[in-house]
Design a protein. Sequence first.
Length: 150
Amino acid sequence: MRLLDIAEVAQRSGTPASALRYYEEKGLIASVGRRGLKRLFESAVLERLALIALGQTAGFSLAEIARTFLPDGRAEIDRDRLLAKAEELDGMIGQLGAIRDGLRHAAVCPAPSHLECPTFRRIMGLAASGALPRSPLLATSGRRARGGAT
């Protein structure tokens, strides 16, 4: 089996070397040795990194993703966790739809001022009370950046 140094893994996976070191520190991946100062990985690490990237794209934390990997290195994807995440995403889609609808209303509202619009004032009140969560996109965008350490 051909070994890849950390620079090759970073280039082929699109994951920054700093994230690879962090993933190794967290036990998500493991190097098998060193060539000089560079960590060496088996080529199978690329598949593991693809699973990590997919998990992050779906909104799983690194701790949740780590539970996917068995001690022998194989991946075992929990179908119940996938269904729970799909339900969570449905909720986020509903939230985003409500945010979108509010923005569309604000854009075309015929009231002279948004503060004179009953619908806009109701939406403001809901947001101020915490009944409308912050945009899920804002809450996760920094964390989900490719290679982001979460």
